[in-house]
Ligand binder design. Structure first.
Ligand SMILES: [Zn+2]
Length: 193
């Protein structure tokens, strides 16, 4: 065992969609609806039928979902796994996952969302189920929040020891540079004797 997470692609897709939804929407309250829909089309592009069914009226539901998912990441960041679990249970109680097999390109694949429902309940079930699966497998620490001041973006940590701290090398470099500047200014400010 290497400690590497090896999930089936579908579960991964749910986690990645949750990450993208949070990063794109969680703080987008003031974004005009048209722009919000464009952003959503990008996030849902992994499933073209969802993009086709997306309506302007779905935007508030996705905003609420993004905020709820962000709460889960924040709770995990604060090591409050109980709060994260009850947040996910709340989402799953409202929009339960519904495992079923669907044939795609001649191959049966397991889906976890309810069939024939609107896009918001469907994606709530997909994201909540995927995050719940991570938590249930003891991988809650892989649902990370960037530690760079003022960033707050979330990420799926696939590093070997779940040790990633930043959303991007940009944030990592920013924090490193700030720490370097701080050390240097402390050195130069040393009182003279
Ligand atoms: Zn960041």
């Amino acid at each position: 065992m290497t400690g590497q997470v090896d999930l089936d692609g579908y579960a991964d897709a749910g986690v990645l969609a949750a990450v993208e939804l949070v990063n794109a929407l969680a703080t987008a309250e003031s974004t005009p609806k048209a722009e919000l829909l464009d952003t959503l089309r990008g996030v849902l592009a992994v499933d073209p039928p969802s993009v086709a069914r997306l309506r302007p009226g779905d935007a508030p539901g996705f905003l609420a979902l993004a905020r709820a998912l962000r709460r889960v990441f924040l709770d995990l960041h604060d090591d409050d796994v109980d709060a994260a679990a009850s947040g996910l249970n709340g989402l799953l109680a409202k929009h339960p996952a519904h495992p079923h097999l669907a044939k795609e390109d001649g191959r049966w694949r397991l889906h976890h969302h309810p069939t024939d429902v609107a896009v918001v309940p469907m994606w709530t079930a997909i994201c909540a189920e995927a995050l719940a699966r991570m938590l249930g497998a003891g991988h809650g620490d892989r649902l990370g929040t960037c530690e760079a001041p003022g960033c707050g973006r979330v990420f799926f940590d696939v590093s070997k020891n779940a040790s990633r701290r930043f959303c991007s090398t940009t944030c990592q470099n920013r924090v490193k540079a700030a720490a370097f500047r701080l050390r240097r200014s402390r050195r130069t400010r040393k009182p003279r004797r």
